[in-house]
Write a protein that binds this ligand. Structure first.
Ligand SMILES: [Zn+2]
Length: 262
């Protein structure tokens, strides 16, 4: 009889997953339980290389799951444990993202190795896995996030080619129809005042780690850029044009009462 502990294996939390155990994990701090799902791309040349790296003790990184380009799902860390996928970051004012999230690494070379389209069968596997995780842990749709959402300025994955709308159509993640890009007032670097403060307040209310300074500083530019990379992908420039502001308003409408940009 095979003893799972002796072989270094465990029973997969997701029925469709193979198991390849990573040594890179710990306990969730303060007894936190997963209430967010963070999506990544691997940013490496091959899926095999990424899997080996995530399971190598020298890398000191891991993820609960890896989804290969052919749709194969590999579990590396038990969902009960704290995988080392997100690093420094925050969402809705809470840091130590690893302690409150489950991480999925999606095989893709990423921005610096010729950013490829995500194959449909890979996305189908992410949807099946993500929906199963969210159902079992009662994770709200608004808490299915990009690594770039929780670590703006440090991370840009899974990137603007990631088909969030395909996920949303399958019930995974929260998205609104982006407002069309049109001429009009644009807030950008150097601007200051109540309109900038209102923008910062709204981004922070949605979840982004951003101080309300009333000044369109570099942190604001970066958060707007990462907001666009997830929610208004037609133009990613870090400028708060009318389309970005309106898309943000639509997104937050379900969360709280109307906030004016002044
Ligand atoms: Zn990442």
């Amino acid at each position: 009889m095979t003893r799972p502990e002796a072989s270094g294996l465990f029973t997969a939390d997701f029925a469709g997953a193979q198991v390849c155990r990573s040594p890179n994990f710990g306990e969730r701090r303060d007894g936190r339980r997963p209430n967010a799902l963070i999506l990544h791309y691997t940013g490496m040349e091959t899926g095999e290389g990424a899997q080996a790296w995530l399971c190598d003790p020298r890398s000191e990184v891991s993820s609960h799951y890896l989804v290969h380009e052919d749709g194969t799902v590999v579990q590396m860390v038990r969902e009960a444990d704290r995988a080392w996928h997100a690093g420094r970051g925050s969402w809705q004012g809470i840091d130590d993202v690893n302690s409150f999230s489950i991480g999925i690494e999606i095989v893709n070379p990423g921005h610096f190795l010729g950013f490829a389209d995500f194959p449909p069968r890979q996305i189908a596997a992410v949807i099946a896995l993500g929906n199963d995780i969210c159902r079992r842990h009662s994770i709200a749709r608004q808490r299915v996030l990009a690594h770039s959402d929780v670590a703006p300025g440090r991370k840009i994955d899974p990137g603007e080619k990631f088909p969030w709308e395909v996920l949303a159509a399958a019930g995974l993640g929260h998205l609104v129809e982006p407002a069309p890009i049109a001429a009009g007032r644009i807030l950008g670097p150097g601007d200051r005042g109540p309109a900038v403060a209102a923008l910062q307040r709204m981004l922070a209310r949605y979840g982004y780690g951003l101080e309300q300074t009333g000044v369109y500083d570099n942190a604001t530019r970066i958060v707007v850029q990462e907001f666009q990379r997830h929610f208004r992908r037609a133009r990613i420039d870090g400028l708060a044009d009318l389309s970005s502001c309106e898309t943000l308003r639509r997104l937050t409408d379900g969360l709280d009462n109307h906030t004016s940009f002044g």
